[in-house]
Design a protein around this ligand. Structure first.
Ligand code: PEP
Ligand code: MG
Length: 592
């Protein structure tokens, strides 16, 4: 028995036999083609490219209705890569100029491109290198005549692989879980596993080499752990955990329609974060009372041209309609740093996280920004929309953004296109300077949303994407907590709503802390909503406030950690004992 560790993508615990997928990287045959046969070799490559194109088209058109929304987008990205001259034209040139065989030309071109992507610090861009490899592997399979062998046949298993292309992953209907060597939380593999609701661990490095086909595995998607060939004691322990976690999930579902009210009667808004409009429906079904963060940049990434006003409007409107009258907070484009529109741009910048990112980028591209603003405003005619601006630091940035919003409104009036004239405009507090000069924001904006992911990064000087410093990325550092608390208090004093939409909002171990700071609007991935709601049902804000205010007096991270643990362990009032036994039952009987 041994275990391997990676990044957990969630989904709980599964126990099953390993199905180790063949390495997708082939031993590529390399030989020189005689001059007289070069054109035939180029024709062989072109035929393979055409076959893969048809394959991808067919994959896309045969997607089942219930396929995750990202699936089609991912297949489209692969089709685009297949058309990219950097891959196919360059491979043709290698054949023509150097006399390489088609496999050699494709593999070396793909390796070169993937290597360039690997150089990026940003995990999102590194993942795009893997997409190039996956497309090249499809072409190599066709060239070698091994394409078309079904992956997923057989009994339900935990699939172990170096990486799995999105299209292939969808074919793995029998998957109990995924143990993948490559990728991080933003990899396509992770995104799809989450939307397929299959437990997964990514970034395992060497699982494919260490695990044998048919071996028993325990995969814990929540804790990023794969236990190989477990002994009887461990197996029994995890079987129990699995049953408990399943029961827990089932019980949690009973909370979907329960109002998220604390023991002392505070109603807390639980909103969802989405990347694509299709996720809004899922968020509503999971009980979200609104969308607290629609990361609009995902409509812009992985494509050659920017989406136009009508295309954006359709996407925003789809999310608004799916939420049936609940508020939808659409964040304007947050590109740059970890999400670059043009990867080439970022490569030449020493420190992209401190560069022309988010609102800085939008203000430097006013036409593009105005197009997005008009599209968001038009969507506001279909339901409550709030517009959220990321990465603000200066008053003049806010003023400039507000002027452009006024200009966008004016243009729509001229065109006689409807929009909500009172659409609230808010700003993200995700840079320490913003938290420290929050009055600047409150005087100009209608609401605030704290982006803890970046606030932690910029406060602690820890690159959120760099594994080497990951242990220092401490959401509970006193400096971070004070900035969050200051912002919430300032918002209350000014009578303006303040939300938290970074990952901290979805961390149920932080719920009491945030409630004690006075937070009443949380926004998170839909999968975390019910766990956080359970914490809320068992909390007494009045009592938490005093505890949290004492905790914030300490500037010692170790003391804060200890106080946090006490805060989490503390029973909350007489009614809490009934509620902790079964929050659903207690809520239904009016105990909460
Ligand atoms: C944040 O920084 O906390 C946030 C929500 O924005 P993003 O993660 O998209 O940078
Ligand atoms: Mg951010």
């Amino acid at each position: 028995m041994f275990s391997v560790h990676g990044t957990g993508i969630g989904g709980g615990i599964v126990i099953g036999r390993a199905r180790v997928l063949e390495s997708r990287r082939f031993d590529v045959a390399r030989y020189h083609v005689p001059a007289a046969a070069l054109q035939a070799e180029i024709d062989r490559l072109d035929a393979a490219l055409r076959t893969v194109k048809v394959e991808l088209r067919s994959l896309s058109s045969h997607l089942p209705d219930d396929a995750p929304s990202e699936a089609r987008a991912l297949i489209d990205v692969h089709a685009m890569i297949l058309d990219d001259p950097m891959l196919c034209d360059a491979a043709r040139e290698q054949i023509g100029e150097h006399g390489w065989n088609a496999e050699w030309a494709v593999a070396s071109q793909a390796d070169g491109l993937a290597h360039q992507f690997d150089e990026f610090e940003d995990p999102y861009l590194r993942e795009r290198g893997r997409d190039v490899q996956q497309v090249a592997d499809r072409v190599l399979k066709v060239l070698s005549g091994t394409a078309g062998q079904p992956l997923g046949a057989g009994e339900p298993s935990i699939f172990v692989a170096a990486d799995i292309a999105p299209g292939d992953m969808l074919a793995l209907k029998s998957a109990l879980g995924f143990a993948i060597d490559q990728g991080g939380t933003t990899s396509h593999t992770a995104i799809l596993a989450r939307s397929m609701n299959v437990p997964a661990v990514v970034g395992l490095d060497c699982a494919r080499d260490l695990i044998l086909d048919n071996e028993w595995l325990i995969l814990d998607g929540d804790n990023g752990l794969v236990i190989v060939a477990p002994d009887e004691t461990v197996l029994a322990e995890y079987q129990q955990k699995q049953v408990a976690s399943r029961l827990d999930r089932e019980r949690l579902k009973g909370l979907i329609h329960v109002p998220s009210r604390t023991l002392d009667g505070h109603l807390i808004e639980l909103h969802a974060n989405i990347e694509l409009p299709e996720e809004a429906e899922q968020a509503r079904e999971a009980g979200a009372s609104g969308i607290g963060l629609f990361r609009s940049e995902f409509l812009f990434l992985g494509r050659r041209s920017l989406p136009g006003e009508d295309e954006q409007y359709e996407s925003y409107r789809a999310a608004v309609l799916a939420m049936r009258g609940r508020p939808v907070t659409i964040r304007t484009l947050d590109v740059g740093a970890d999400k670059a529109l043009d990867p080439g741009d970022v490569a030449s910048i020493t420190n992209p996280a401190l560069g022309r990112r988010a609102i800085r980028y939008c203000l430097s591209e006013p036409e593009m920004f105005l197009t997005q603003l008009r599209a968001i405003l038009r969507a506001s005619a279909h339901g409550p929309v709030r517009l959220l601006i990321p990465m603000l630091v200066h008053g003049h940035e806010i003023d400039q953004a507000l002027r452009l919003i006024a200009q966008a409104r004016e243009r729509l009036r001229e065109r006689r296109q409807p929009f909500d004239d009172r659409m609230p405009v808010g700003g993200m507090i995700e840079v320490p300077a913003a938290a420290l000069s929050v009055g600047l924001f409150l005087r100009r904006l209608d609401f605030l949303s704290i982006g803890t992911n970046d606030l932690i990064q910029y406060t602690l000087a820890i690159d959120r994407a760099d594994h080497a410093v990951a242990p220092l990325y401490d959401p509970f550092h006193p400096a971070v907590l004070r900035l969050i608390s200051m912002t919430i208090r300032a918002g209350h004093r000014a009578g303006k709503p303040v939300a938290v939409c970074g990952e901290l909002a979805g961390d149920h171990t932080a719920t009491r802390l945030l409630l004690g700071m006075g937070l009443s609007e949380f926004s998170m991935h839909s999968a975390s909503l019910l766990l956080v709601k359970r914490e809320i049902l068992l909390a007494d804000v009045g009592r938490l406030k005093g505890r949290v205010s004492r905790l914030l007096n300490s500037d010692d991270p170790a003391k804060v950690q200890a106080a946090m643990q006490r805060l989490r362990a503390e029973p909350m009032g007489a009614r809490a004992s009934a509620a902790s036994a079964d929050p659903v039952a207690s809520e239904a009987s009016g105990a909460g």
